[in-house]
Every structure is written in C-alpha cells, then in structure tokens.
Design a protein around this ligand. Structure first.
Ligand SMILES: CC(C)(COP(=O)(O)OP(=O)(O)OC[C@H]1O[C@@H](n2cnc3c(N)ncnc32)[C@H](O)[C@@H]1OP(=O)(O)O)[C@@H](O)C(=O)NCCC(=O)NCCS
Length: 277
C-alpha cells in the first residue's frame, strides 16, 4: 500500500539513508537535507510503501518560482512508476500554490524522467574543483559582510527570486564567509558565499568582479576540495574557472517547468547546491 505525506523532522535519518543509497554515496546528506527542509518545511514529501519510507522530494520557495531538489527513490523500489507518482504529487501541490515555474538540476537518471512531467531541458551546469590555484591581480575591493539586505537588493534582479532566508541560513551555519565586491563608489559588483565545501551562491556583474571574489574566497580554509557548480556553463564562468586553476568534474542539466524565471544567468557563477540552484 503506497501513501504520500508531508515530511517531518523525525523522517530525516530514513530520508538520508534513501538519498545515500539512491546516489551511491557514503557521505551523509543530513546537514543539507535539514537546512533545505527547514527553509520551506511545507514543501517536502515522503513516499511510504508497506509502512516503509522509500522516497523523498522537496522544493524551496524563492517567491515567483520553486526549485526542486533531493528527489530520490530507494534503489530497491525504483521503476514501475514509483518516482513518477511521488513527483506528480509534489507538482500538483506546488501548482496549487501558484508558482510561475518550477526549476531543478538533474542527474543523468532524470534526463528522460523529468520531461515526462512537463519539464523542458534548458541548459548545462558544470561542476569544477580546484586543482592548482593561479596568481590573480584584484581590481575591486573585497570584504566580508553580514548585511544581507544589501546583497539581496542586487541578487533579486540576477537570481529572479528571494534568497534572503537561504543566505541567513548559510551565514548561521558558517559565519563570516560571505564576501562582497564593491567599486570605488561602494556599489556592489557581486557576492560569493564561501561555504566550507562549495562556493555559492556566487554572482557578479562582470567577469573581473567574479575573478576577484573567487581569488579572495580561495584565501579561506575549506573542508576538503574547493568546488563550484556553475548554474549555467556560460563562457565567462567556464573560462574563469579554468584560468583560476579549477578543472571540470561533473555535468548536470537544468530543467524548467512553466515560464522561465526572470534571471540573468550570464551573471550567475555558483549554485548554493544542486538542490537549491
Ligand atoms: C530518478 C528517480 C527518482 C526515478 O524514480 P523511479 O521510481 O525509477 O521512476 P519511474 O519508475 O516513475 O520512472 C522511471 C524512469 O526514470 C528514468 N530512470 C530511472 N533510473 C534511471 C537510470 N539509472 N538511468 C537513466 N534513466 C533512469 C527512466 O526514464 C525511467 O523510465 P524507463 O524505465 O521507462 O526507461 C530514481 O531513479 C532515483 O532515485 N535515481 C537516483 C537518484 C537520482 O538520480 N535522482 C534524480 C536526481 S535529479
């Protein structure tokens, strides 16, 4: 007997197990899962089959659009329409809330799966890791900031949604790692959240400002490899990564259902996570 219900905090250990098994990884998703769930707790659903939790899907509310992340079905229950049932339930719920669009980044397993549910293939995201840092001359002033409202004022027109709650959660998780680039007049040229494992959210009005932010971020300490997942593999972002000494390690696809969000994707350089965009 299958049933779908809203996720609750006590589901997190079981859901973490499903994500690790479905994605074939040893590392726990608990930190990112807990954070994402708490950002939009009413937009996470679990599938139960015969009393066992076997699937999860969640979405983050950014205002005009929602971003789906961490969709997974336990490998022992995949195929036969299980994932479709859970995804369609989530989409029906999100449609009722009136989002103009739903976005997501997909692994290869989703390439044929998501288009069956109304998603359109929209672009490629490449993920990079630092191989060998290269020297760089900075042009803009880079400093740490906790003034999130000031950043959000610039970010809204680039990201097309409101990331204030996300930035506040990231600042609380790892304080003092939000960098801002300013010109001599004090106008913001970009910002970068240097999470302990990944650089993002990260946006800049020019490649120079993006390069300066990246160089300053690399002065900080990281928990293992330093990674960047580009929202869009555009030429400025990819050439910057290569020039800074990063190498590409993975590709995923960006999908949209409904109207495209009003984003300036050529100014976007780093995702917070695939599950957050
Ligand atoms: C993607 C996923 C959620 C689909 O769940 P599911 O129960 O298999 O879904 P359905 O039975 O409704 O649909 C199956 C379809 O998914 C796609 N699919 C599933 N696994 C796949 C794989 N390993 N490679 C390629 N396509 C795959 C196929 O289109 C398949 O249709 P087909 O069997 O007719 O070829 C599930 O396979 C999963 O959890 N995969 C691992 C985690 C993952 O990649 N999540 C999506 C990240 S965005």
């Amino acid at each position: 007997m299958d049933s779908i219900r809203n996720m609750v905090d006590s589901d997190i250990p079981d859901v973490d197990g499903i994500l690790m098994a479905a994605h074939l990884v040893q590392a726990s998703y608990a930190t990112i899962l807990t954070r994402n769930f708490h950002l939009t707790p009413d937009s996470w659903w679990v599938l139960e089959q015969d009393g066992i939790t076997t699937g999860v899907v969640g979405a983050t509310d950014f205002g005009p659009f929602a971003h789906i992340g961490l969709m997974a079905i336990h490998p022992s229950r995949q195929s036969g329409g299980t994932g479709s049932k859970l995804l369609q339930y989530a989409l029906d719920q999100l449609d009722q809330r009136g989002f103009e669009s739903i976005t997501l980044y997909s692994t290869d397993a989703g390439l044929a799966f998501y288009p069956r549910h109304g998603f359109r293939w929209q672009g490629i995201s490449t993920e990079w890791k630092l191989r060998k840092r290269k020297p760089h001359s900075r042009h803009y002033k880079i400093s740490k900031t906790t003034d999130l409202d000031r950043i959000i004022a610039v970010d809204r027109s680039v990201f097309g949604g409101n990331r204030l709650a996300l930035l506040a959660a990231l600042e609380a998780e790892a304080p003092g790692r939000i960098l801002v680039a300013e010109d001599t007049a004090g106008t913001i040229q970009g910002f970068l959240v240097a999470q302990p494992k990944v650089l993002g959210p990260y946006m800049a009005l020019s490649k120079q400002a993006a390069a300066d932010l990246l160089d300053a971020a690399l002065d900080l300490d990281y928990d293992g490899e330093t990674r960047v997942a580009l929202p869009d593999a555009h030429a400025d972002a990819e050439s910057l990564m290569a020039e800074a000494g990063f190498v590409p390690i993975r590709t995923s696809r960006y999908f949209i259902r409904g109207k495209a969000p009003a984003q300036q994707r050529q100014l976007m350089y780093g995702q917070a996570a695939y599950s957050l965009g």
